[in-house]
Write a protein that binds this ligand. Structure first.
Ligand code: HGY
Ligand code: MN
Ligand code: MN
Length: 398
Protein backbone atom coordinates (compact mmCIF):
# COMPACT_ATOMS: atom_id res chain seq x y z
CA UNK A 1 0.00 0.00 0.00
CA UNK A 2 1.23 3.52 -0.84
CA UNK A 3 0.16 5.01 2.50
CA UNK A 4 0.80 8.59 1.39
CA UNK A 5 -1.32 8.19 -1.71
CA UNK A 6 -4.12 6.61 0.35
CA UNK A 7 -3.93 9.58 2.73
CA UNK A 8 -4.27 11.97 -0.22
CA UNK A 9 -7.25 10.01 -1.54
CA UNK A 10 -9.03 10.03 1.83
CA UNK A 11 -8.37 13.74 2.38
CA UNK A 12 -9.66 14.64 -1.07
CA UNK A 13 -12.82 12.67 -0.32
CA UNK A 14 -13.46 14.21 3.10
CA UNK A 15 -12.76 17.69 1.72
CA UNK A 16 -16.11 17.35 -0.10
CA UNK A 17 -17.80 17.35 3.33
CA UNK A 18 -17.96 21.12 3.15
CA UNK A 19 -20.43 23.97 2.86
CA UNK A 20 -20.54 25.47 -0.66
CA UNK A 21 -17.81 27.93 -1.68
CA UNK A 22 -14.05 27.99 -2.19
CA UNK A 23 -11.91 25.67 -0.07
CA UNK A 24 -13.27 23.70 2.88
CA UNK A 25 -15.86 25.07 5.28
CA UNK A 26 -16.76 22.45 7.89
CA UNK A 27 -18.00 23.79 11.20
CA UNK A 28 -18.76 21.62 14.25
CA UNK A 29 -22.11 19.90 14.72
CA UNK A 30 -23.30 20.60 11.19
CA UNK A 31 -24.38 18.37 8.29
CA UNK A 32 -20.83 18.67 6.93
CA UNK A 33 -19.44 17.44 10.26
CA UNK A 34 -21.87 14.52 10.26
CA UNK A 35 -20.82 13.52 6.73
CA UNK A 36 -17.16 13.75 7.71
CA UNK A 37 -17.80 11.71 10.84
CA UNK A 38 -19.14 8.83 8.75
CA UNK A 39 -15.89 8.74 6.75
CA UNK A 40 -13.70 8.99 9.86
CA UNK A 41 -15.68 6.15 11.43
CA UNK A 42 -14.73 4.07 8.39
CA UNK A 43 -11.07 5.05 8.71
CA UNK A 44 -11.07 4.05 12.38
CA UNK A 45 -12.82 0.75 11.58
CA UNK A 46 -10.19 -0.10 8.95
CA UNK A 47 -7.53 0.59 11.58
CA UNK A 48 -9.16 -1.99 13.86
CA UNK A 49 -10.42 0.57 16.40
CA UNK A 50 -13.55 0.41 18.55
CA UNK A 51 -15.41 3.64 17.76
CA UNK A 52 -17.76 5.79 19.87
CA UNK A 53 -18.84 9.44 20.06
CA UNK A 54 -18.13 11.00 23.45
CA UNK A 55 -20.38 13.52 25.22
CA UNK A 56 -18.34 16.47 23.82
CA UNK A 57 -18.76 15.32 20.23
CA UNK A 58 -15.26 13.84 19.95
CA UNK A 59 -15.14 10.67 17.85
CA UNK A 60 -12.95 8.21 19.75
CA UNK A 61 -11.32 5.15 18.17
CA UNK A 62 -9.67 2.81 20.69
CA UNK A 63 -7.33 -0.16 20.37
CA UNK A 64 -6.69 -2.07 23.60
CA UNK A 65 -3.14 -2.76 24.75
CA UNK A 66 -1.55 -5.25 27.14
CA UNK A 67 -3.21 -5.61 30.56
CA UNK A 68 -2.52 -2.57 32.70
CA UNK A 69 -0.96 -0.61 29.85
CA UNK A 70 -1.53 3.12 29.69
CA UNK A 71 -3.11 4.79 26.66
CA UNK A 72 -1.29 6.74 23.96
CA UNK A 73 -3.64 9.46 22.67
CA UNK A 74 -3.28 10.69 19.08
CA UNK A 75 -5.58 13.25 17.53
CA UNK A 76 -6.49 16.50 15.87
CA UNK A 77 -9.62 18.36 14.77
CA UNK A 78 -12.18 17.66 12.08
CA UNK A 79 -13.37 21.24 11.72
CA UNK A 80 -11.99 23.94 9.41
CA UNK A 81 -12.05 27.71 9.12
CA UNK A 82 -14.34 29.29 6.53
CA UNK A 83 -12.84 28.68 3.05
CA UNK A 84 -9.95 26.77 4.60
CA UNK A 85 -7.67 24.03 3.37
CA UNK A 86 -8.06 20.26 3.10
CA UNK A 87 -5.27 19.38 5.57
CA UNK A 88 -5.47 21.59 8.69
CA UNK A 89 -6.65 19.29 11.48
CA UNK A 90 -8.23 16.48 9.50
CA UNK A 91 -4.87 15.28 8.13
CA UNK A 92 -3.73 14.46 11.69
CA UNK A 93 -6.75 12.20 12.14
CA UNK A 94 -6.27 10.50 8.77
CA UNK A 95 -2.56 9.83 9.30
CA UNK A 96 -3.14 8.45 12.81
CA UNK A 97 -5.64 5.92 11.43
CA UNK A 98 -3.30 5.01 8.57
CA UNK A 99 -0.32 4.55 10.89
CA UNK A 100 -2.37 2.10 12.98
CA UNK A 101 -3.61 0.37 9.84
CA UNK A 102 0.03 0.14 8.72
CA UNK A 103 0.96 -1.52 12.04
CA UNK A 104 -1.76 -4.10 11.46
CA UNK A 105 -2.21 -6.63 14.25
CA UNK A 106 1.36 -6.25 15.51
CA UNK A 107 1.49 -6.27 19.34
CA UNK A 108 1.76 -2.72 20.60
CA UNK A 109 3.26 -1.72 23.96
CA UNK A 110 0.30 0.49 24.89
CA UNK A 111 -3.39 1.00 24.28
CA UNK A 112 -3.95 3.65 21.61
CA UNK A 113 -6.81 6.07 21.02
CA UNK A 114 -7.38 8.25 17.97
CA UNK A 115 -9.35 11.40 18.84
CA UNK A 116 -11.25 13.36 16.18
CA UNK A 117 -12.11 16.59 18.02
CA UNK A 118 -15.18 18.50 16.84
CA UNK A 119 -14.17 22.15 17.24
CA UNK A 120 -10.65 23.54 17.40
CA UNK A 121 -10.99 26.62 15.22
CA UNK A 122 -13.60 28.39 17.32
CA UNK A 123 -15.18 29.93 14.18
CA UNK A 124 -18.85 28.91 14.59
CA UNK A 125 -18.97 29.54 18.36
CA UNK A 126 -16.92 32.14 20.31
CA UNK A 127 -15.07 29.36 22.12
CA UNK A 128 -12.93 26.39 21.13
CA UNK A 129 -11.20 23.21 22.26
CA UNK A 130 -14.23 21.83 24.10
CA UNK A 131 -13.16 18.24 23.30
CA UNK A 132 -9.59 18.29 24.59
CA UNK A 133 -10.52 20.57 27.50
CA UNK A 134 -13.18 18.06 28.55
CA UNK A 135 -10.59 15.25 28.61
CA UNK A 136 -8.11 17.47 30.47
CA UNK A 137 -10.71 18.58 33.04
CA UNK A 138 -10.29 22.27 32.11
CA UNK A 139 -13.67 22.61 30.38
CA UNK A 140 -15.82 25.63 31.41
CA UNK A 141 -19.52 24.58 31.26
CA UNK A 142 -20.41 28.25 30.82
CA UNK A 143 -19.30 28.10 27.17
CA UNK A 144 -22.26 25.80 26.43
CA UNK A 145 -24.50 28.87 26.47
CA UNK A 146 -22.46 30.73 23.86
CA UNK A 147 -24.28 31.07 20.55
CA UNK A 148 -23.41 31.09 16.88
CA UNK A 149 -24.41 33.89 14.46
CA UNK A 150 -27.87 32.30 14.13
CA UNK A 151 -28.45 32.27 17.88
CA UNK A 152 -27.98 28.50 18.21
CA UNK A 153 -26.23 27.69 21.49
CA UNK A 154 -23.32 25.28 21.68
CA UNK A 155 -25.48 23.24 24.07
CA UNK A 156 -28.28 22.85 21.50
CA UNK A 157 -25.90 22.11 18.62
CA UNK A 158 -23.99 19.51 20.64
CA UNK A 159 -27.16 17.76 21.84
CA UNK A 160 -28.60 17.80 18.33
CA UNK A 161 -25.45 16.15 17.04
CA UNK A 162 -25.62 13.27 19.53
CA UNK A 163 -23.41 14.69 22.28
CA UNK A 164 -24.51 15.08 25.91
CA UNK A 165 -23.89 18.61 27.26
CA UNK A 166 -24.61 17.53 30.84
CA UNK A 167 -21.97 14.80 30.69
CA UNK A 168 -19.09 16.79 29.16
CA UNK A 169 -17.58 17.68 32.53
CA UNK A 170 -17.55 13.96 33.40
CA UNK A 171 -15.20 13.15 30.51
CA UNK A 172 -12.11 14.14 32.50
CA UNK A 173 -9.45 11.44 32.05
CA UNK A 174 -7.15 10.10 34.80
CA UNK A 175 -3.71 11.58 33.98
CA UNK A 176 -2.10 8.43 35.40
CA UNK A 177 -3.70 6.38 32.61
CA UNK A 178 -2.60 8.71 29.80
CA UNK A 179 0.87 7.93 28.46
CA UNK A 180 0.91 11.08 26.33
CA UNK A 181 -0.67 12.90 23.40
CA UNK A 182 0.75 13.16 19.88
CA UNK A 183 -0.61 15.36 17.10
CA UNK A 184 0.40 15.41 13.45
CA UNK A 185 -0.40 18.70 11.73
CA UNK A 186 0.47 20.67 8.61
CA UNK A 187 3.03 23.32 9.59
CA UNK A 188 0.96 26.23 8.29
CA UNK A 189 4.21 28.13 7.73
CA UNK A 190 7.26 28.11 5.40
CA UNK A 191 10.04 26.76 7.66
CA UNK A 192 10.12 23.08 6.57
CA UNK A 193 9.73 23.96 2.90
CA UNK A 194 12.68 26.39 3.14
CA UNK A 195 14.71 23.70 4.93
CA UNK A 196 13.80 21.11 2.29
CA UNK A 197 12.45 18.79 5.00
CA UNK A 198 9.22 16.70 4.87
CA UNK A 199 8.62 16.73 8.64
CA UNK A 200 9.67 18.65 11.73
CA UNK A 201 9.26 18.23 15.50
CA UNK A 202 7.53 21.04 17.40
CA UNK A 203 9.33 22.57 20.41
CA UNK A 204 6.48 24.73 21.78
CA UNK A 205 3.07 26.15 20.90
CA UNK A 206 2.44 29.89 21.13
CA UNK A 207 -0.06 31.40 23.53
CA UNK A 208 -3.18 33.07 22.16
CA UNK A 209 -5.97 35.33 23.33
CA UNK A 210 -9.01 36.86 21.66
CA UNK A 211 -10.52 40.12 22.92
CA UNK A 212 -14.04 41.23 21.96
CA UNK A 213 -14.18 45.02 21.43
CA UNK A 214 -17.35 47.03 20.86
CA UNK A 215 -17.03 50.68 19.78
CA UNK A 216 -20.26 52.66 20.23
CA UNK A 217 -20.96 56.07 18.65
CA UNK A 218 -24.06 57.58 17.01
CA UNK A 219 -25.55 56.94 13.63
CA UNK A 220 -26.96 59.63 11.37
CA UNK A 221 -27.46 60.67 7.77
CA UNK A 222 -24.17 60.49 5.84
CA UNK A 223 -25.16 63.55 3.83
CA UNK A 224 -26.40 65.93 6.49
CA UNK A 225 -24.34 65.39 9.68
CA UNK A 226 -21.28 67.67 9.54
CA UNK A 227 -17.93 65.91 9.93
CA UNK A 228 -17.07 67.76 13.14
CA UNK A 229 -20.41 66.77 14.73
CA UNK A 230 -20.03 63.05 14.24
CA UNK A 231 -19.45 60.18 16.70
CA UNK A 232 -18.33 57.62 14.12
CA UNK A 233 -17.60 54.18 15.66
CA UNK A 234 -15.67 53.02 12.59
CA UNK A 235 -13.32 56.03 12.76
CA UNK A 236 -12.55 55.03 16.36
CA UNK A 237 -12.07 51.34 15.53
CA UNK A 238 -9.90 51.99 12.48
CA UNK A 239 -7.75 54.27 14.64
CA UNK A 240 -6.85 51.22 16.74
CA UNK A 241 -6.50 48.79 13.83
CA UNK A 242 -4.12 51.02 11.87
CA UNK A 243 -1.71 51.16 14.86
CA UNK A 244 -1.44 47.34 15.27
CA UNK A 245 1.65 46.73 13.07
CA UNK A 246 3.60 49.37 15.00
CA UNK A 247 2.39 48.18 18.41
CA UNK A 248 3.09 44.49 17.67
CA UNK A 249 6.65 45.33 16.59
CA UNK A 250 7.47 46.24 20.20
CA UNK A 251 7.46 42.50 21.10
CA UNK A 252 9.56 40.40 18.67
CA UNK A 253 7.54 37.54 17.17
CA UNK A 254 4.22 38.77 18.54
CA UNK A 255 1.25 38.78 16.15
CA UNK A 256 -1.86 40.95 16.50
CA UNK A 257 -4.77 40.57 14.10
CA UNK A 258 -8.29 41.88 13.61
CA UNK A 259 -9.80 39.28 11.28
CA UNK A 260 -13.45 39.62 12.27
CA UNK A 261 -15.47 42.85 12.35
CA UNK A 262 -19.19 43.67 12.23
CA UNK A 263 -20.68 47.13 11.56
CA UNK A 264 -24.10 48.47 12.44
CA UNK A 265 -26.15 49.63 10.61
CA UNK A 266 -23.64 48.72 7.86
CA UNK A 267 -25.18 50.82 5.07
CA UNK A 268 -23.30 53.21 2.79
CA UNK A 269 -25.39 56.29 3.63
CA UNK A 270 -25.46 56.07 7.44
CA UNK A 271 -22.71 56.83 9.94
CA UNK A 272 -21.50 53.61 11.72
CA UNK A 273 -23.06 53.53 15.15
CA UNK A 274 -21.47 50.31 16.41
CA UNK A 275 -18.38 48.28 15.50
CA UNK A 276 -17.83 44.85 17.05
CA UNK A 277 -14.44 43.28 16.37
CA UNK A 278 -12.19 40.49 17.64
CA UNK A 279 -8.59 41.40 18.43
CA UNK A 280 -6.43 38.27 18.43
CA UNK A 281 -2.92 38.36 19.94
CA UNK A 282 -0.36 35.53 19.84
CA UNK A 283 3.11 35.30 21.36
CA UNK A 284 5.66 32.72 22.49
CA UNK A 285 5.80 34.50 25.87
CA UNK A 286 2.54 35.06 27.77
CA UNK A 287 3.96 38.19 29.42
CA UNK A 288 4.43 39.82 26.00
CA UNK A 289 0.88 38.95 25.04
CA UNK A 290 -0.54 40.46 28.25
CA UNK A 291 1.49 43.66 27.87
CA UNK A 292 0.40 44.07 24.27
CA UNK A 293 -3.27 43.53 25.18
CA UNK A 294 -3.00 46.22 27.87
CA UNK A 295 -1.43 48.64 25.37
CA UNK A 296 -4.16 47.90 22.83
CA UNK A 297 -6.86 48.55 25.42
CA UNK A 298 -5.32 51.96 26.23
CA UNK A 299 -5.13 52.81 22.52
CA UNK A 300 -8.72 51.68 21.91
CA UNK A 301 -9.95 53.90 24.77
CA UNK A 302 -7.93 56.86 23.50
CA UNK A 303 -9.20 56.48 19.92
CA UNK A 304 -12.76 56.10 21.17
CA UNK A 305 -12.51 59.31 23.26
CA UNK A 306 -11.01 61.21 20.32
CA UNK A 307 -13.99 60.18 18.17
CA UNK A 308 -16.56 60.91 20.87
CA UNK A 309 -17.32 57.21 21.27
CA UNK A 310 -17.21 54.58 24.01
CA UNK A 311 -15.50 51.21 23.83
CA UNK A 312 -15.75 47.93 25.76
CA UNK A 313 -12.82 45.50 25.76
CA UNK A 314 -13.36 41.96 27.04
CA UNK A 315 -11.17 38.86 26.74
CA UNK A 316 -13.29 36.10 25.22
CA UNK A 317 -10.70 33.32 24.83
CA UNK A 318 -7.22 32.48 26.08
CA UNK A 319 -4.75 29.61 25.77
CA UNK A 320 -1.34 29.97 27.47
CA UNK A 321 1.89 29.17 25.61
CA UNK A 322 2.98 25.58 26.23
CA UNK A 323 6.26 23.68 25.77
CA UNK A 324 6.21 20.20 24.22
CA UNK A 325 7.30 17.36 26.48
CA UNK A 326 11.07 16.76 26.12
CA UNK A 327 10.73 12.95 26.31
CA UNK A 328 8.02 12.80 23.67
CA UNK A 329 10.02 15.21 21.53
CA UNK A 330 12.93 12.76 21.74
CA UNK A 331 10.63 9.88 20.76
CA UNK A 332 9.58 11.79 17.64
CA UNK A 333 13.17 12.86 16.87
CA UNK A 334 14.34 9.24 17.07
CA UNK A 335 11.45 8.06 14.92
CA UNK A 336 12.02 10.84 12.36
CA UNK A 337 15.79 10.46 12.33
CA UNK A 338 18.46 12.74 13.70
CA UNK A 339 18.74 16.06 11.91
CA UNK A 340 14.97 16.51 11.79
CA UNK A 341 14.21 20.25 12.29
CA UNK A 342 12.86 21.44 15.63
CA UNK A 343 10.56 24.45 15.37
CA UNK A 344 7.99 26.46 17.40
CA UNK A 345 4.33 26.62 16.37
CA UNK A 346 2.76 30.05 15.68
CA UNK A 347 -0.57 28.28 15.29
CA UNK A 348 -2.44 26.83 18.25
CA UNK A 349 -3.72 23.27 18.34
CA UNK A 350 -5.74 20.73 20.29
CA UNK A 351 -2.36 19.78 21.76
CA UNK A 352 -2.31 23.15 23.54
CA UNK A 353 -5.25 21.97 25.67
CA UNK A 354 -4.18 18.32 25.92
CA UNK A 355 -1.00 19.52 27.64
CA UNK A 356 -3.17 20.05 30.74
CA UNK A 357 -3.87 16.30 30.83
CA UNK A 358 -0.59 14.66 29.89
CA UNK A 359 2.79 15.14 28.14
CA UNK A 360 2.29 16.18 24.51
CA UNK A 361 4.31 16.57 21.33
CA UNK A 362 3.63 17.39 17.69
CA UNK A 363 5.00 16.41 14.31
CA UNK A 364 4.69 19.03 11.56
CA UNK A 365 4.44 18.27 7.86
CA UNK A 366 5.81 20.56 5.15
CA UNK A 367 3.23 23.08 3.92
CA UNK A 368 3.52 24.24 0.28
CA UNK A 369 4.30 27.96 0.22
CA UNK A 370 3.47 28.10 3.92
CA UNK A 371 -0.14 28.70 2.85
CA UNK A 372 -2.88 27.69 5.29
CA UNK A 373 -6.37 28.74 6.36
CA UNK A 374 -7.01 29.12 2.61
CA UNK A 375 -7.96 26.77 -0.25
CA UNK A 376 -4.38 26.49 -1.61
CA UNK A 377 -3.19 24.67 1.53
CA UNK A 378 -1.28 21.50 0.47
CA UNK A 379 0.79 18.66 1.91
CA UNK A 380 2.24 16.11 -0.54
CA UNK A 381 1.45 12.36 -0.57
CA UNK A 382 5.21 11.71 -0.29
CA UNK A 383 5.48 13.80 2.88
CA UNK A 384 2.35 12.18 4.32
CA UNK A 385 3.92 8.78 3.62
CA UNK A 386 7.02 9.83 5.57
CA UNK A 387 4.88 11.08 8.47
CA UNK A 388 2.90 7.83 8.62
CA UNK A 389 6.16 5.85 8.88
CA UNK A 390 7.44 8.18 11.62
CA UNK A 391 4.23 7.89 13.62
CA UNK A 392 4.04 4.10 13.20
CA UNK A 393 7.61 3.84 14.50
CA UNK A 394 6.84 6.11 17.46
CA UNK A 395 3.69 4.12 18.38
CA UNK A 396 5.54 0.80 18.18
CA UNK A 397 8.54 1.97 20.17
CA UNK A 398 7.03 4.02 23.00
O1 HGY B 1 -5.78 29.68 14.77
C1 HGY B 1 -5.02 28.72 14.91
O2 HGY B 1 -3.84 28.85 15.17
C2 HGY B 1 -5.60 27.36 14.77
O3 HGY B 1 -5.61 27.05 13.40
N1 HGY B 1 -6.93 27.29 15.33
MN1 MN C 1 -6.57 26.09 11.80
MN1 MN D 1 -5.35 23.16 13.09
Amino acid sequence: MDWGKEAARRLAEIATCSAPGPGVTRFPFTAEHRAAQALITGWMGRAGLEVHLDAAGTLVGRREGPAGARTLLIGSHQDSVRGGGAYDGIMGIALACLALERLGDRDLPNAVEVLAFADEEGVRFPTALMGPRALAGTFDPGVLDRCDADGVSLREALAGFGGDPGAVAGLKRDPARALGYLELHIEQGPVLERAGQPVGVVSSICGIERNALTFRGETGHAGTVPMEARRDALVAASGLISTLPGVAADWPGLRATVGEMHLHPNVANAIPEEVRLVLEIRAERDADRGACAARCQELAEARARAAGCEVSFERSYEQPAVACDPELVSVLRRAAGEGVPILPSGATHDASAMADLCPMAMLFLRCRGGLSHRPEEFASPEDMGVAIEVLARAIAEM
